[in-house]
Design a binder for this molecule. Sequence first.
Ligand SMILES: Nc1ncnc2c1ncn2[C@@H]1O[C@H](COP(=O)(O)OP(=O)(O)O)[C@@H](O)[C@H]1O
Ligand SMILES: [Mg+2]
Length: 341
Amino acid sequence: MDHLHRTISENSEWAVEARGLIKNFGENRAVNGVDLNVKAGTIYGMLGPNGAGKTTTIRMLATLLRPDAGSAKIFGHDVAKEAQIVRQLIGVTGQYASVDETLSATENLVIFSRLLGLGRAESKRKAEELLEEFGLTEAARRPLKNFSGGMRRRLDLAASLIAQPPLIFLDEPTTGLDPRTRNQMWDTIRRLVKTGSTVLLTTQYLQEADELADRIAVIDRGIVVAEGTVDELKSSVGSSSLHLRIENPLDIGAARQTVERVLNAKSNVSSEGGKIIAPMADAGRVTELLIALRESGIHLAELSVQKPTLDEVFLTITGEGASEDVSSVSNESAKVEEKIR
Ligand SMILES: Nc1ncnc2c1ncn2[C@@H]1O[C@H](COP(=O)(O)OP(=O)(O)O)[C@@H](O)[C@H]1O
Ligand SMILES: [Mg+2]
């Protein structure tokens, strides 16, 4: 972060504060009243299916699109009234797409660095360092027009790291990348935050949000339908659940009584196989339960505690199971369905 960034951004705890953002495209309301609060120095994930309004929201926050209603501040600066200042504080991947296709990756990065005011030697060093980090050293001398989609994505992020602005918007940074490159990207994103940046990323991958984000907003049809830490979101759907099978079916009544007493919750018996299922607010209670069951002379055949996955959270909140996508046979929706699993 250079001096300018530091002086401008220092006085705000919040990298993003958005209130009631709305954007219509003709008849279509793409964003329908989005509120967001992103704390400086964190990774914030906007998770939602294709068409949810993620990109439109990012573009409004990045001053690239004027909201129809609502307001947003970046490090305390209004995106509409102080757009120039806001632009100095942010980096948006995708902006680099307008570079010269006939130049090599190195040349492009050097030019980009020079434009940002870095010296010749510093620009060269920075370019080499970034190309190395993104595994593009081999391809560094080739013209950009021969680059694959994945290589372009990596170069794009590399370019946004030259300036390392205080707030970086990453719009689906890993969509379509192979697992190795995706992991590399994750490491880079973590490094960005360690060195002082704030990252707002959008993703269709639950696992990505789970891995990276300090907090998540689940967005669907232009609305934030849930917000919180990964753990909060998981427990909002239901606590862990205990699955218990006992050796002697005659003990089932006594076993349920013990379970309900120790866990202080109602239990159910599954239709197949007489399995006892009970919600469990605190997984630590399992020890207590085992002791109580042994004291009652009840022998277990099987026990497991299952945490709801982020997938379950997402499906519960959006009500969008696989069934909704089945009616559509387009490749796009099949792809989305796969990601959301
Ligand atoms: N420039 C545009 N013109 C018209 N409609 C748009 C435009 N950009 C996005 N949309 C529509 O707005 C909705 C939200 O899109 P988008 O913000 O791109 O979603 P996401 O990034 O979550 O996939 C979609 O219905 C999309 O078709
Ligand atoms: Mg998008």
